[in-house]
Design a protein around this ligand. Structure first.
Ligand SMILES: NC(=O)c1ccc[n+]([C@@H]2O[C@H](COP(=O)([O-])OP(=O)(O)OC[C@H]3O[C@@H](n4cnc5c(N)ncnc54)[C@H](O)[C@@H]3O)[C@@H](O)[C@H]2O)c1
Length: 336
């Protein structure tokens, strides 16, 4: 089989590609393991060309936008034996600043991709990376769960919520075997801060680990749902592999998350690095320094503070690892 990963040049796309190369197979519609022959990464922009470990599986990059039918056709090809992981997206801060682009990329691009998958047929598994930004405003609960009404308060969350509904309806109509993973904020993202309003969630771990102080735009007791990237990648693969009848009519599954505060992050950083020997860790941990930003705080105030992922757990998806495990995993994967 072939696997297409949109957003394959991004953080999770890259991690998913690595995991699939190691795994070598996915469950087919007949619930039998099928070998992966090729992984096609579709992205508007590959910031860096990752050198994947040698593997019999071919990795191909297609540079193009999910707004372009030509780029989608090139990535999907003509085979019917195809799984699609749809990860391409503008991030939350970009969507707030550029409404028209957000509609064009996240909504129309996602619909274009779904329609293209529909031409492949009902057995095509389509896994979408949604977000807890689907929740917000008046319907917020502590915790939010899979039965909380979606009342997003950002353009980003609105586009994710609409695509979730489309996916459930495409599945109900028998067009595409779609599934959505509703992701909490994923830590620890390597590299530089990005335009996501949740960028501080990774920054408050990553910057101190690099010996740099993190400027925190939200208050020190802010609770925010997070999980580690390894759990997210395992969940995307597990959601792909779930038999359709186990998921049922509601195709959106909220991943389990921890409710983390900056105060908890600071304590976990100290616990994770004490006695940890890594040549690439600087002599001192940077600090988490309060630098309030009313715009970011305003967006975060409209997001959930905790998630009840019991439906995901009952479907066999992994729960979040501890913060110490996530920090040590990051040091091993990205700082060694
Ligand atoms: N990382 C998180 O904390 C988090 C949380 C919730 C949901 N998600 C969702 O998971 C997915 C992957 O997240 P990520 O952290 O890897 O993000 P990322 O920004 O690292 O990757 C997204 C990729 O999409 C690409 N892209 C943007 N516009 C495109 C377009 N028009 N056509 C093709 N590619 C385009 C970008 O170039 C980027 O490489 C996204 O859909 C995101 O909304 C992520």
């Amino acid at each position: 089989m072939r696997v297409v990963i949109t957003g394959g040049g991004g953080f999770l796309g890259d991690q998913l590609c690595t995991a699939l190369l190691e795994r070598g197979s996915l469950l087919g519609p007949d619930s039998q393991e099928q070998s992966i022959e090729k992984i096609i990464l579709l992205d508007a922009h590959f910031a860096r060309l990752v050198a994947y470990s040698p593997s019999p599986i071919l990795v191909e990059r297609v540079v193009g936008s999910i707004e372009s039918q030509e780029a989608i056709d090139e990535a999907l090809g003509t085979t019917s034996d195809l799984a699609i992981f749809h990860l391409a997206s503008m991030v939350s801060g970009e969507c707030e600043d550029r409404f028209d682009d957000a509609i064009s990329v996240n909504l129309n691009g996602g619909l274009r991709l779904l329609e293209s998958a529909r031409r492949i047929g009902p057995s095509c598994r389509f896994v979408f990376a949604s977000s807890i930004a689907c929740f917000g405003g008046p319907a917020l609960k502590d915790p939010c769960d899979d039965w909380t009404k979606l009342t997003p308060q950002t353009t980003y969350g609105m586009t994710k919520a609409i695509l979730e509904l489309l996916i459930s309806d495409y599945a109900r109509k028998g067009f595409v075997d779609g599934r959505a993973a509703r992701l909490p904020t994923v830590i620890i993202r390597p590299g530089k801060p990005n335009a996501a309003a949740s960028s501080w969630a990774s920054g408050m771990f990553r910057e101190p680990l690099g010996g740099i102080d993190c400027m925190l735009p939200v208050h020190f007791q802010q609770r925010h749902p997070m999980t580690g990237y390894r759990a997210v990648i395992d969940s995307l693969i597990a959601i792909h592999n779930l038999p359709a009848e186990r998921i049922g009519r509601d195709r959106s599954i909220g991943l389990a998350a921890m409710s983390v505060t900056p105060a908890m992050a600071q304590a976990a950083l100290e616990a994770a690095t004490s006695g940890l020997e890594s040549v690439s860790l600087p002599g001192r941990l940077g600090k988490i320094v309060l630098a309030p930003d009313a715009r970011i705080q305003g967006i975060v105030d409209q997001w959930p503070v905790s998630i009840d992922g019991s439906r995901a757990l009952s479907l066999g998806l992994p729960g979040p690892p501890s913060l110490v495990e996530i920090i040590r995993g990051f040091v091993k994967d990205f700082m060694s």
